[in-house]
Design a protein around this ligand. Sequence first.
Ligand code: SF4
Length: 529
Amino acid sequence: MKPLIVDTLASGKGVRHSTRDVIGAGPRTIAGVLEVKGFEPVISPVEKFLKDRVEGFDVLFLSGMSSDVQAIQRSVRKWRKNHNGPVVIGGPAGSEPERVLRRTGGDIAVTGEGEYTLVELLMGGLGEGVFPDNVESVKGISYRVKKRITVNPLRPLQPKNVYEEYPPSTDTIANYPLYKSARVYVETVRGCSNFNRARIGPVGSACTFCEQCTQAGLTERYDCPVGIPPGCGYCSVPSLYGPPKSRPSKLIIEETRKLLALGVHRIVLSAPGFLDYQREALVEPEPLTDPRSPEPNYEALEELLSGLTGLPQVASGNASIMIENIKAALVTERAASILGKYLRDTPVSVGFETGSDEHSRLLGRPDTPSETLVSLRRLKDAGMKPYVYFIHGLPGQTSETVYETVKMIDASMRAGSDRVILYRFLSLPASSFSQCPSGAPASQDQLSKRIYDAALEANMEQKQELVSDRVRVVVAERYDRDRRFWVAYPMLHGPVVLVKDGNIVAGDVLLVKITGVASERMVYGAVIR
Ligand code: SF4
């Protein structure tokens, strides 16, 4: 069987705009299972798949998010033109299997963790390139036979040794045209420790305020007596992936070592909350369902980060290690100083989502906006570049919460934030807000527009401050809107840099001086070396 994996993650209708330099961990995870089972998978970014002539494959695997349904649909349509083999859809899109299978014409959707599910499907016939004959008994899938869709029961969470059994593929990274300059995600933690619940919305408003999810023991917090899904109302991670499950440091370091040897320059350690890393080891055998206590597992963090930053390419400054999200309540002085010691000058994102304390609690968030402000100061003092997240259009958004949010955007910049990342609320399946309508675009909602304008202003001011700074960048590709420029990504932190120079090739690492602001997302740079 010759498998093709098409990566549609964050591509919407089939074209990535702001996330062109991101390579998620999901497709390589699928490829890893297939390699262990003796197959030779090929990964194709969706843009390439839709453009190129593709033939000779037996099974199509599609990895995507709920917002990528159109890209998945286009991919299935193209596949069916000259292939008869089955189509399997995974990633977050698989969490609303009926909609996805109906809209895209796929055959099987995998919900939640996929490794063991895929192995069973391979044994049932997928390994021979045909629709498996065991679909009725495989947990965690939904499947379509003609117009009838069957949703099987969910699969229990996989044990931790799945990480040893099925390491992600590394060789397939070279299937991505931009792999040398892209941020390549390496899975570090799966699942989230926030088992607080949302108290608003059609589901959350059933809350009786018994506080089982916030004050009971770790095992009791797992369930809510009235069935409200765990986690922040807008997020589906705890529902789909359960409490945190960390990968052993030796596997993460080995995977990173191989990726760097293949030419990757920028690694991001993916985790819904990086400071949850191996925190579960401190409470085992109970599940880690408390987002605040115990404190981070400092020894495990040191072991992982010292191993990664000791790799030759990182130590010499030719490659970088970054993290993504952390929970503010876990940013103790000690945690901040460990991050600063190993990841100095790299970005780290902390979520506010709203500026209102009360709104934050009703959303089920693990910390308050005031705590997030404190964490920003600690991170800044430790030498990190903190970014902050906000969301507009959330359930419960009022003129008061917007007022508090605009104030907090301002306060976060004063506390040392380097960038505001603003999202529009999207209703996710398997989250507490799955029945809430998604937020309107900021241009169509007066309240959301106030948040949007405040974030835009903060980011523009920040970019002006970058002018004259020197940054090390990795060259990616020609800028498609003006071919005189190359697009380059900062090795450590900062906006996309447009560089003009005659002697540049993709993969070059350059030192540039920022000369001006091109837009909210981009600056101009002149090559120094
Ligand atoms: S959401 Fe938490 S406080 Fe509300 S009913 Fe469920 S367990 Fe109790």
